[in-house]
Design a protein around this ligand. Structure first.
Ligand code: ADP
Length: 736
């Protein structure tokens, strides 16, 4: 079937015309009106239409009523023979645009990431081996290699050529000679259906109770948000697998989405889902190939892919009938998308469920304060899993006061921690040294003139990466070979690394324990989820004695022989004025220390700190999460910060500093006075200059009962912003 029906133009039809609105995946705030042949495609249908000088693919959208006069309207040029977006996806795009204050078309663009999927199945030629070779076939060594690689399963010319180490021409030659048969295959094979007759693990009493409670919510139908609150290893995943099974069982067309914060997590997780459901789920994350993305997108749109596991952007897949979302590690900041359309996938998931009338399950060992308050105030349900599965003990957490137990000069591990690692080595158990900082040293300083190495056009520090002998900016991606002389004073060999990164701690570790098997794990020493997995596998197999790692190792992994976690710098995340600094530190360190002692062996964690009196560290040591949350809640409530008030950041960016400052001041002066609204700033952004752009910011803090978006919209439309300045709004900002 042709994907496009070209009979869309009214004049080519019997004369019956209809008018429709079309939203394009471009940064435009509204849909445009067009004529088309009656009957009109449904809302959500994909069409192509002339827009400016081009023809653009868009989606039929609910009309907003400001229709053009018919004689001014253009006709659409084609209708796609692809499943239309479901009404709840359309409503979700509208809602997300209104909430985030980004244009509708920019949100639609996230749904239409894989535009070539609309072209429908483009059959692909593949080859299978014929039972008998034709008479007189000339067999070269290259041809023999192809025939050895071919079999009953169809393989493309490229696959066969790759397997045999020959050119594609050899494969085609063999087909022409009749030794290979040609078959047409769909390049996007359907996903295997989850097997719902399969039973999961026999659940513990706690797990049964939780699964039952969520099962009741699913059976009842309608929207509800439910938090599964349980320490790492308490079996939350098994519980939400039951929820997924229940939702899939209830409706043979239902689809389920499981969101995970990191792609590094998805690989082992996909195998776990496959074990449970006898079928690999449809994956969605940024490391997929174009063909994999297209397959998932298309099969999700058709409703064929029933179980999807993905990173935050999977929320914008064109589900035909989504009936359950699970947000695992709901507190994780990786759910906040900071580029393009700025959104938080957990918050948007709850809205998606509310619009679609289905439940949303949140899971965490350290729920966000937002979620805790939603539970306390009765908007969300909660169910707890109080102990680790099979009674594995929680690790014993102790603080090391670095003022009393300092490391030797130029070293980073205190004597107490060194001792603990040595003891662990001697009994053959594994240790994890955690430092959430990539590279060798976070700062490179000229000892002669004091110059700090920064990225060009940015106020960001260059981080030394010694494995590659380069200086790298973690914000902009800029990198350069480490210079031998200071670029300012030209002093030779004066550039000194300051402070530790994982590579530097690894250096110290290798010096101290030369016989130990040591590995470093961070997103750049092990680029790509494949090699992250190799290190994680080696750790699980017991082939590593000491792992030095950033947060890549913090989440979701199970290392049976890991009994000691040393946190090199527990204070690291507390610096800076971030609203959620303490909360984030609590979450991250709980998660890291939770890696210790997951099996029969008890674990312990040692946290190196210069401020053992800080409430967050005291709470970690005593395991008193509720006291910590209460203190956090009191602090935020007193200042009227989220979740007790609303907050937005308005960022202005420009290459022209004068224009920027002047615009920021003018914008501030135009802020309408309103009850319960505080406007703070303008002030320079924490990283003032980034990629040549200077950045200023205003913060808007309102009471909970103020409609923040309406206030901002009224305000922003009164001010003329010069072309040289770009403005963006971040609702409930996480980094400020
Ligand atoms: P969480 O998601 O809370 O971190 P998991 O669901 O990953 O916990 O469970 C931790 C470990 O315990 C996993 O290895 C899991 O397979 C195992 N586990 C959990 N529940 C059960 C059960 N009912 N029967 C057998 N093994 C279980």
């Amino acid at each position: 079937a042709s994907p496009r029906q070209e009979k869309a133009k009214p004049e080519e039809e019997t004369g019956e015309t209809a008018r429709i609105s079309v939203l394009f995946p471009l940064p435009l705030p509204k849909a445009y009106d067009y004529l088309c042949a009656a009957p009109a495609p449904p809302i959500g249908g994909f069409v192509a239409a002339p827009f400016g000088p081009r023809e653009v693919t868009g989606v039929v959208w609910p009309s907003e009523g400001d229709a053009l006069a018919p004689e001014k309207m253009k006709a659409i040029s084609a209708v796609f023979d692809a499943p239309p977006l479901s009404r709840d996806v359309v409503d979700f795009v509208d809602w997300a645009a209104a909430y985030t204050m980004f244009p509708k078309g920019a949100v639609l663009r996230m749904v239409m990431r894989v535009s070539d999927a609309l072209e429908g199945p483009r059959m692909q030629t593949a080859f299978v081996k014929r039972q008998e070779a034709p008479d007189g076939l000339r067999l070269t060594s290259q041809r023999k290699a192809v025939l050895a690689a071919a079999g009953e399963a169809p393989l493309s010319a490229a696959e066969l050529a790759g397997a045999a180490g020959v050119s594609e021409g050899v494969v085609r030659g063999l087909a022409d000679a009749g030794a290979l048969a040609k078959v047409e295959i769909d390049p996007d094979p359907p996903f295997v259906e989850p097997d719902l007759t399969r039973a999961g693990h026999a659940l513990s009493e706690d797990q049964q109770y939780a699964a039952q409670m969520i099962g009741d919510v699913i059976a009842e139908g309608g929207h509800k948000a439910v938090l599964i609150d349980g320490v790492t290893g308490s079996g939350k995943t098994e519980v939400y697998f039951e929820a997924a099974a229940a939702a899939l069982q209830k409706d043979p067309e239902a689809q389920v989405l499981i969101l995970l914060p990191e792609i590094a997590l998805t690989l082992p997780f996909l195998s776990r889902v496959e074990e449970r459901f006898g079928a690999a789920p449809a994956p969605w994350h940024s490391d997929l190939t174009g063909a994999q993305r297209r397959r998932t997108w298309r099969r999700v749109a058709e409703g064929q892919a029933r179980l999807v596991v993905g990173a935050r952007s999977a929320l914008f897949l064109p589900f035909k009938k989504l009936r359950l979302i699970v947000v695992d590690e709901e507190h994780d900041n990786a759910y906040k998308q900071e580029e393009g359309v700025i959104y938080h996938a957990r918050d948007l998931s709850v809205a998606r469920g509310s619009l679609g009338g289905f439940p949303v399950v949140l899971a965490s060992a350290t729920p966000s304060l937002e979620t805790v308050v939603n539970v306390d105030e009765g908007r969300y349900e909660a169910v707890g899993l109080s102990s680790r599965f099979a009674d594995a003990a929680m690790p014993d957490i102790a603080l090391i006061d670095m003022r009393e137990d300092p490391p030797e000069a130029g070293k980073w591990l205190s004597p107490v921690l060194v001792d603990a690692v040595s003891k662990n080595l001697s009994v053959g158990e594994q240790s994890l040294l955690f430092l959430n900082r990539r590279g060798y040293a976070p700062l490179t300083l000229c000892r002669r003139c004091g110059h700090k190495m920064t990225a060009p056009g940015s106020d960001t520090m260059l981080v030394e990466h010694r494995f590659e002998n380069r200086l790298v900016c973690h914000h902009t991606g800029f990198s350069m070979p480490k210079p031998s002389a200071c670029p300012i004073c030209n002093a030779v060999d004066s550039l000194a690394p300051c402070g530790p990164g994982v590579e530097r701690v690894a250096e110290e570790t290798k010096e101290r324990w030369p016989a130990a098997r040591i590995a470093v794990l961070s997103s750049d020493t092990a680029p790509g989820p494949g090699s992250v997995r190799a290190v994680l596998d080696a750790m699980r197999e017991g082939d590593i004695d000491i792992l030095i790692a950033t947060q890549v190792a913090a989440k979701g992994h199970h290392f049976p022989n890991l009994t000691l976690v040393g946190v090199v710098d527990a204070d690291l995340g507390l610096a800076g004025g971030d609203l959620r600094a303490a909360e984030r530190t609590y979450q991250l360190l709980s998660q890291v220390t939770g890696r210790a002692g997951r099996a029969e062996k008890p674990g312990r964690a040692l946290l190196q700190t210069y401020q053992p009196q800080a409430p967050v560290l005291a709470a970690l040591a005593s395991g008193d999460r509720d006291a910590f949350l209460a203190a956090e809640a009191a602090g935020r409530s007193e200042l009227g910060f989220p979740p007790y008030g609303r907050l937005a950041a308005i960022t202005l960016r420009s290459l022209e500093e004068k224009t920027l400052e002047e615009t920021a001041r003018r914008l501030r002066a135009a802020a309408p006075n309103a009850e319960g609204v505080d406007v703070l700033g303008p002030a320079r952004a924490p990283i003032y200059r980034l990629r040549g752009m200077a950045r200023m910011r205003l913060l808007v803090k309102t009471r909970k009962n103020v409609h923040l978006q309406a206030y901002l919209a009224d305000w922003l439309k009164t001010v003329k912003i010069p072309g040289a300045v770009r403005v963006s709004v971040d609702i409930n900002p996480y980094s400020f």
